[in-house]
Design a protein around this ligand. Sequence first.
Ligand SMILES: [Zn+2]
Length: 177
Amino acid sequence: MALRDVLKFPDERLRRVSQPIEEITDEVRELARDMLEVMYDEPGIGLAAPQVDAPVRLIVVDTEWTEEEAERNPLVLVNPELVDTSGKITWTEGCLSVPDFEAEVERAERVRLHAEDLDGKEVEIEAEGLQAVCLQHEIDHLDGVLFIDRISRLKRNRYTERRKKQIRREREEAEEA
Ligand SMILES: [Zn+2]
């Protein structure tokens, strides 16, 4: 089966606020499975459902699998909600929906969050460092927020211009082909 496409900035669908998941149906489980496939294929360390055009509050995160000999050990979180944050950390972030761009973002260094797993069981997650950064990044997606919203306006504008040119070029190339 074909992988789901990842929406790319400036697609307006990335700006929607995603809906809570009321019930974990087969459809939700299938979405989670598809999201893991996309994340591992790209490759990425996190993905939020709205990035594959499903505006519901579901994220997948696996921050260690790209390290040598690390096994895949994904967190699949339904309706994740930050309940506590502390400290500050600056990390260079990228995003599968923001092509060819990375920038430093300041976030909380440690987070605690509530969510449900795919069996509908409540889970509490504590994370720090990269995993905390990644969880905050993915939860942002559920509220229509991208990491480029958290950098300086100057950097964001520069990237937006570059991205517009890139899209124009891609369009022209497609027309010529
Ligand atoms: Zn992202």
